[in-house]
Ligand binder design. Structure first.
Ligand SMILES: NC(=O)C1=CN([C@@H]2O[C@H](COP(=O)(O)OP(=O)(O)OC[C@H]3O[C@@H](n4cnc5c(N)ncnc54)[C@H](O)[C@@H]3O)[C@@H](O)[C@H]2O)C=CC1
Length: 505
């Protein structure tokens, strides 16, 4: 057995104590970003490789060498070999290898602030630790039957799983998918978004350094084509996807050809309900947390903020004051609270939503404009000022469609019954929140909200112990929590006869 050195867990301060890069614009990514069989692999680009940009500066960070059919074949075969060894170990053996030291990590590839990137890496570490702990609890059931006979169930891994990630939480998504998959005895081929190819491979290195057999987590770069090759591969047993609703539907369709189970973590247009008896300060903080993390590029964001009419003026005054105070700038600076959006086209799209909202009658209370930092290095970056839209109504585009940017739409309401009906009037159902001091109301409201993750008196808290996922078109299956074990295993029932065969023939 490979011995795994148990190291003391570094504190967040130690891990992230010193930045290697004092400011954006100084990082070059040269090492290959495809990873299989336990090492980074350089591949021959199949076509002209696409540039990958640094959102904070607009500079080319590296080029994307997309994996084609030969690389997909190689990675799946390596994952299959690793699975053959890994799946034979007990859960406790697997967990010992999964303890790891999370190295200092800079997410220059995404544009979010270093403060948030640290929290994402912490979340990834906690996820790995949580499932490493859970690995030892995987167990079946013993069922007594007549005449001393019995049956037992075994929770068995599925095989080679595929993970496909979005660009908004590149490292965390890779961990949220790979940690439970590996803990259950599977291997994985993970494909990050082509916009953010840089950090998933670091997770693969961390697993390898922690003693995982080569091939256990492989990372393949690419876009639709690589993703489609992976979904169709006959040796792939399951696909776990995070991304948009239209792509989620395509993934499900592809997986259905091989009857492969899917986990789909898709988009949202989640409501946040602020009742007049709320603690106003907390409700305001909650609304900001619900809208402006990661430049608003968060699937669970509560972008439809319903405020009870009596407290609306006071609420808006505070929200606007605090939104204006958000520090925008170099995401590598510790005091920055809002970095750059992920790309120029995405920034244009978000600004377009703001324009359309104004045309449809929403009132721009603050922000919603392109922002150019004073540092000349950052002037090509994709920044905008966080935006609050007032006087919104249910039929406006900004209220119906997922914007995926720092844009909060505020609506007013009068009664509980009315706001519940309006809050649930969406094809999506990822998350929802309620602020109130009335504990009975809080639970009554939550019971009626059609959303997979509900928050009472807070928002966007995602502890790894708690299942996360959507109702309606926001997804299928769950990530995090104990239940995810069921999504990465299959149940085998074994009947054991203790008497003689009672034959009918
Ligand atoms: N529910 C959740 O947990 C989360 C949901 N999201 C959602 O993700 C979206 C933004 O992320 P994007 O990366 O723009 O989403 P996207 O759907 O465009 O792409 C997601 C991933 O799918 C891959 N892909 C695209 N077409 C494919 C195909 N035909 N076959 C296989 N793979 C394919 C992409 O290369 C990427 O890796 C938002 O709508 C957001 O709400 C984002 C983060 C978390």
């Amino acid at each position: 057995m490979l011995a795994f050195a148990m190291r003391s867990r570094p504190t967040a301060a130690k891990v992230y104590g010193g930045l290697r890069y004092a400011s954006s614009g100084s990082v070059d990514v040269q090492a290959p970003l495809n990873f299989w069989g336990g090492a980074r692999r350089k591949i021959q680009p199949h076509s002209d490789s696409d540039p990958v940009y640094e959102p904070s500066t607009g500079r080319v960070l590296c080029r994307l060498d997309a994996a084609g059919a030969p690389e997909v074949e190689q990675a799946v075969q390596d994952a299959q070999s690793a699975f053959a060894v890994w799946s034979k170990m007990s859960g406790m053996e697997r967990s010992r290898r999964r303890r790891e030291e999370i190295a200092e990590m800079e997410v220059v590839n995404n544009g979010k602030s270093i403060t948030e990137a640290r929290l994402d890496v912490d979340s990834a570490r906690l996820c790995v630790e949580y499932y490493a702990g859970l690995a030892g609890t995987l167990a079946g059931q013993h069922i007594q039957l007549a005449g001393g006979s019995f049956a037992y169930t075994r929770r068995e891994p599925l095989g080679v799983c595929v993970g496909i990630g979005a660009w908004n939480y590149p490292f965390q998504i890779a961990a949220w998918k790979s940690a439970p998959a590996l803990a259950c005895g599977n291997s994985m081929v993970f494909k990050p978004s082509p916009l953010t190819p840089v950090t998933a491979v670091l997770l693969a290195e961390v697993y390898t350094q922690a003693g995982a057999p080569p091939g256990l987590l492989n990372v393949l770069q690419g876009g639709q084509e690589t993703g489609s090759l992976l979904c169709h591969h006959p040796q792939v047993a399951k696909v776990s996807f995070t991304g948009s609703v239209p792509t989620g539907k395509k993934i499900m369709e592809m997986a259905s050809k091989g009857l492969k189970p899917v986990t789909l973590e898709l988009g949202g247009k989640s409501p946040l309900l602020v009742f007049e008896d709320s603690e106003l300060d907390n409700a305001v903080k909650g609304a900001l947390m619900a809208n402006f993390l990661s430049q608003g590029q968060v699937c669970s964001n509560g972008t439809r903020v319903f405020v009870q009419r009596r407290i609306l003026p006071e609420f808006l005054k505070e929200v606007v004051k605090r939104t204006r105070a958000i520090q925008i700038g170099d995401p590598l600076h510790g005091d920055t609270r809002m970095g750059a959006l992920v790309s120029q086209p995405h920034l244009n799209k978000v600004l377009g939503f703001v324009e359309q909202a104004k045309q449809e009658g929403a009132v721009l209370l603050c922000g919603g404009e392109r922002f150019t930092p004073s540092d000349p290095k950052l002037q090509g970056g994709y920044y905008m000022t966080p935006c609050v839209l007032g006087d919104c109504t249910d039929d406006m585009t900004c209220v119906r469609e997922e914007i995926f940017g720092p844009v909060m739409s505020v609506l007013s309401f009068d009664t509980e019954e009315e706001v519940l009906r309006r809050a649930n009037d969406s094809p999506l159902g990822l998350a929802a929140g309620v602020f109130t001091r009335d504990v009975k109301r809080a639970h009554r409201v939550v019971e009626q909200l059609k959303a997979g993750s509900c928050f009472i008196n807070n928002y966007n808290i995602t502890p790894v112990e708690v299942p996360f996922g959507g109702f309606k078109m926001s997804g299928i299956g769950r990530e995090n929590g104990q239940v995810t074990v069921e999504h990465y295993t299959q149940l085998k029932s074994v009947y054991v006869e203790m008497g003689d065969v009672d034959s009918l023939f």
